[in-house]
Every structure is written in C-alpha cells, then in structure tokens.
Design a protein around this ligand. Sequence first.
Ligand code: T4K
Length: 374
Amino acid sequence: MKPFVKPIYVTQPLLPDLGVFNKELSDTWRYHWFTNQGPKVKKLENILATRLKVQNLLLFNNGTIALLAAIKSLNLSGEVITTPFTFPATPHVLTWNNVTPVFCDIDPYTMNIDVNKIEKMITKKTSAILAVHVFGIPCDVEKIQQIAKKHNLKVIYDAAHAFEVEINGSGIGNLGDITMFSFHATKLFHTAEGGALSFKNKLLKNQLYLLQNFGIANELEVRLPGINGKMNEIQAILGLAVLRTIKRERIRRKKIKKLYIKFLKETAGIRFYEDKLHIKSSYQYLPIRINEKEFGRSRNYVYKKLKEYNIFTRRYFYPLCSEYPYYKILRSSSPKNLPVAHQVVQEVLCLPFYGNLSDADVEKICTILQSLQE
Ligand code: T4K
C-alpha cells in the first residue's frame, strides 16, 4: 500500500464559511470593539449556554485559563484528587494554584478516574476532585457526587473533550461545582483558542468574572488579583461561524466512526469505545486500544509504522502526567498506585478523525493498520 500523498493528522480544525465569518466580522469594523465583553462574546455566550443546556456560562480565552480561574474561585487548597491520564493542563492548573495533585488510578473501560479508588486517596488535606471526561466519555458522575457529598469536597469537571455531551438529555456542564470546556482549534467546536466555564451557583459568576478581568470591579476598585482570561471578539466571531457547521460535522464523524468499526471489528487485539444510547457523544476523538498480545504488535510499533504511510496518529495521553519529573516525586505517582493507568497509556492510539476524511481514506487507514499485524 502506498503512503498518503499529504499527511493525515489526528484531526483537522473545522473551517467555517468565510462569507459567514466576514459578515460577522464587518460588525466589529463598524463598532470599533475588539475585546472586553464585546457584543459578539455576549452573543456566543448566550447561544452556547442554550446549546450546552447549562444555566450559567462564562467564556474564556482558553480552556487552561478557565480551569485555573475555576480552581481559584473555589478557594481550593491542600490536595485535589485527579487523573494522571489527561493533558498536562489538568494537573498544572492545580500546581499554579499551590494545590498538590493527587493521582488516582483510572477505570480500565472508560479510562476516567476510577470511582472505586477515590476514597482511599482522601486525606485531611483533600479539598476537591478534579475529574476529566477523557475523550468526551462521561465519568461515573453519580458516584463522584456521592463521594464528594460524603466527604464535603468540591467537584470540578474538565470537559475539554465533551462539547455538547449529554447524559439522558441533560448537558454534561450541569454536574459538579464547575465544568470547563475547551474551544481549541483541535476541538469539534472551536474559537481557534478558547474555553468556557459552566456552573449552577450563579453567585460564582461575579467572582469568575472578576478573576478573568484582573479583578477590576469598576474604574476605582480592583477587588482581587485576577488574570486576563477574556475571550476576544475575533475568537467569538469564529465560534459563531463554526457553530453553524457542527451538526453536519457530527453526522459525518458518526459515519466515520461506524466505518472504522466496520473495517476493524474483526481484527484481533483492537477495541473501540462504542457509543451508548443514553449518551450524546462529542465525537471529539477516536481512541482505539491495541492489545499487544492479541494484535501481535505494540501500540508504539503501530504509531511509528503509520508515520511511514504519512498517517500521524496520537498516543494521547502518553506519558502519564504522574511520570513528568516534577510530579513523579509525589507519593500518589508511584506506578503501584496506578496499575491500570500504566496499562491503558500503553494501549491507546487516537486515529485520524475529522469530517474531511473520505470513506476511501478511512478504508485505506484500516487496511494499512491491519497489514502491520504479526
Ligand atoms: N484539559 C484537557 C483534558 C485537554 O485535552 C486540554 C487541551 C486542556 C485541558 C486545555 O485546554 P486549552 O487550554 O488547550 O483550551 C492539542 C490541543 O492543543 C489541546 O488543546 C488539547 N487539549 C490536546 C488534547 O490536543 P497537541 O499538543 O496535541 O496539539 P498539536 O498542535 O500537536 O495538534 C494536534 C494535531 O492537530 C496536529 O498534529 C495537526 C492538527 N492541527 C493542529 C492545529 C493547532 C491542525 O491541523 N491545525 C491546527 O491549527 O494539543
């Protein structure tokens, strides 16, 4: 099989119609207004709150700053229990808030924090659980809520991958104290860079708003040491235009996922996370698990070999955050504490997944993948 002529990446950002983008942009030219709570940011905020089915939403310049502000707004201290199988931003926002991340092992199926292992990680210093809906797959949210209630802990969800995910028709952003969404260019819905926080307690809105705007309450009063976390008008305009393409993209990605499953389901050693009827999927990533014994080749072998065919898959989230030198020294980072995470991180490979892939591209990727089998 010949390599692809052009590189095939794990994802490709959605490009909205330039006419729609320019039309929204022309308003900005009229208003002379680029940032600091402009009309386009407000418009996008309102539309997204409805789309995400949440009561309160605040847009940010990126997901990391949003999460940083979320931790700050809840005054978290001491230790926060989180997952090592995530993007570096998740534990980093804790460190930036002088909070120690405590890594809990993950569930072998959902790859999210293992709710049966959380309680043994709780100490007198624990102030919260920071869980990630990894690859958009929801955590065991009911059990997390029970544990949090029992131990009086706050709950923050990193829903960077979970745009418009719903459980039994309810928006995923309604859970816990605060939920963060990322709108980075690699996400299904994006604003090039961007993010949002959703939360039930509307009293948080003012605090979060101050945190994202240097703490400025009015011309004379700077109430707290805030940061610059504001989304600007160009980001919001891009978002408004991208929103119009999401429905079509989701339908296409659903079809692509079905095709991958069709071509690979008979291949020994390859497993998918299949869609669930009660969950609306984000179709953000297409992670497969490669079992080396059954497939005959390791995930790393497949990842490297695919590059020779111009296919650039990703080993999200390898290495585990608990393996970064500055987190490795933590007691919870011991591999003995994280056996499942260490196993899963050797198996996951995110395949190219975006609407512009043709059916023939998907078939070719699968054929190449199968040809690598021992
Ligand atoms: N929490 C979690 C669980 C997260 O996954 C993330 C971000 C965050 C928090 C933080 O949210 P943000 O602060 O980012 O809003 C990418 C994204 O940069 C990052 O947002 C995302 N998670 C992470 C999972 O993926 P990389 O290092 O993989 O990016 P990069 O540049 O290698 O892009 C991946 C592929 O996408 C490239 O191989 C090619 C393609 N690509 C990328 C860009 C930027 C394009 O085709 N066009 C583009 O413009 O992190």
